[in-house]
Design a protein around this ligand. Structure first.
Ligand code: NAI
Length: 420
């Protein structure tokens, strides 16, 4: 890696830092206290500029930081180079690696013997529990920032293999109501449209999954003028999509209508051969869920009589009946792995990583009270980050009056209605 590369990485870090005021406040508040002094923290995430600012903030709060990528295509080599030049931070991440190479990089990060893991999709957590049980004694706990990761750690609990506490940071309002909805919503669409260089307005867009990410993508695509159809497997979510005005139907029907398909389910084979067979010529397929298994790429390859690179980041699969189906960045996270992708906007990651920071601090303080298992992050931590965020935005809110507070806590009707 050349110095020029690191220079570009520093430039990206400077820009992100300037747009992450909550992190600036955290650095100011915790530099002297150094709550992570002597703590080895392993961060597994998409290693790009916002993650870099988070790592800097952990190091400023005293941590000995090691980082690694959570996905083969989502890290940026220039940012990795720039971070590796900073004191207190060591990292093992690279863009465009094989699954085997990624496993090797994780192995190198784990060699540091982390006391805390701040994870994405439970990649490092699962690897440590499965392959390095010798490191369990040093591990105090885990903070997990994704839907898929929390699900995976819960599966570890069900199997009786989780021996440490894990905070479900993804499930805090400050994370999933902003990062998943607005972050994924905006960045999946902007990166998809940049990669295709096509117009969203007027297009038939099919969104698979109406969870937080799907909600963000569906609503923002509609706001840009797309005709949006939602597919679901969960009846209440499907009903919510219906009452929010979206067309809802099984994928096998939506497949014939869609021009652009975006999966956001955290599941596998959501788009598969029976759907590809019905798709229009020119259909575009992209994924926003964590793993690249939401679109059955092997099934698509099996249908193809010819494959070619249509544009950077887009592969065309030509079928025997003369159609072309276009797969964006191999079905990997479109907002992170597309050629020009930068991930979520800085402001939203400022919040997400502030939650990781504050949850990690709280987990260390409360470690003795926390049994092995998945725990919610205390609401007070979430509120503290929300208050900090509002402060940086210069947004004021009201406070409850005394009588309002009493009213909310009362149950006798005379107390509620203030009658004798
Ligand atoms: P969620 O659990 O809130 O929503 C997923 C939805 O998909 C649920 O409503 C579920 O019923 C539905 N679903 C499951 N299987 C389906 C199928 N076969 N067809 C249609 N719908 C199906 O999860 P959330 O938070 O929306 O996350 C989704 C995925 O996106 C996860 O893998 C998560 O880790 C990932 N994620 C990606 C981000 C990014 O930067 N691209 C950011 C945040 C999360």
């Amino acid at each position: 890696m050349t110095d020029k590369n690191a220079e570009l990485g520093h430039q990206k870090l400077d820009w992100a830092r300037a747009h992450m005021p909550v992190h600036a406040a955290l650095r100011q508040r915790f530099a002297e206290q150094a709550p992570f002094s002597g703590v080895r923290i392993a961060v597994c995430s998409h290693i790009e500029a916002k993650t870099g600012v988070f790592l800097e903030t952990l190091a400023a709060a005293g941590a000995d930081v090691v980082f690694t990528g959570s996905e083969p295509g989502s890290s940026q080599d220039d940012v990795v180079a720039a971070l590796n030049q900073q004191p207190g931070i060591t990292g093992y991440a690279q863009r465009g690696v094989s699954e085997e190479r990624l496993a090797g990089l994780h192995g190198q990060a784990l060699e540091h013997g982390p006391n805390l893991i701040l994870d994405d999709a439970a990649e490092l957590t699962a690897r440590l529990a499965h392959q390095r049980p010798d490191l369990l004694d040093d591990l105090q706990g885990v903070c997990e920032q994704t839907t898929t990761g929390v699900q995976r750690i819960r599966a570890m609990v069900a199997e009786g293999v989780l021996r440490f506490p894990a905070y479900a940071v993804n499930h805090t309002p400050m994370k999933h109501e902003f990062d998943n909805i607005h972050g994924t919503g905006e960045s999946a669409l902007t990166n998809l449209m940049l990669t295709t260089n096509l117009l969203l307005a007027g297009k038939q867009v099919v969104v698979a999954g109406y969870g937080d990410c799907g909600v963000g993508i569906a609503h923002k695509a509609r706001a840009w003028g797309a005709q949006v159809t939602v597919t679901e497997v969960e009846p209440r979510r499907a009903l919510r999509a219906h009452m929010n005005g979206f067309a809802v139907m099984p994928m096998v029907e939506a497949a014939a209508q869609g021009e652009i398909f975006i999966t956001a389910t955290g599941n596998r084979d959501v788009l598969r051969v029976e759907h590809f067979e019905r798709m229009r010529d020119g259909a575009i397929l992209a994924n926003a869920g964590h793993f690249n298994v939401e679109i059955d790429r092997d099934g698509l390859a099996g249908l193809a009589v010819e494959r070619r690179q249509a544009r950077p980041g887009i592969e065309a699969f030509c079928t025997a009946d003369g159609r072309e189906i276009h797969l964006v960045c191999e079905g990997r996270l479109v907002n992170l792995a597309a050629p020009t992708a930068m991930g979520h906007p800085a402001e939203v990651m400022d919040q997400t990583f502030a939650m990781q920071f504050m949850a990690a601090r709280d987990l260390l303080v409360r470690r003795e009270q926390l049994a092995a298992g998945v725990h919610p992050v205390p609401d007070a931590v979430d509120e503290e980050v929300a208050a900090l965020k509002l402060e940086t935005l210069g947004v004021g809110i009201d406070a409850l009056t005394e009588s309002q507070q009493r009213f909310l806590e009362a149950w006798r009707s005379e107390e509620i209605l203030d009658r004798p």
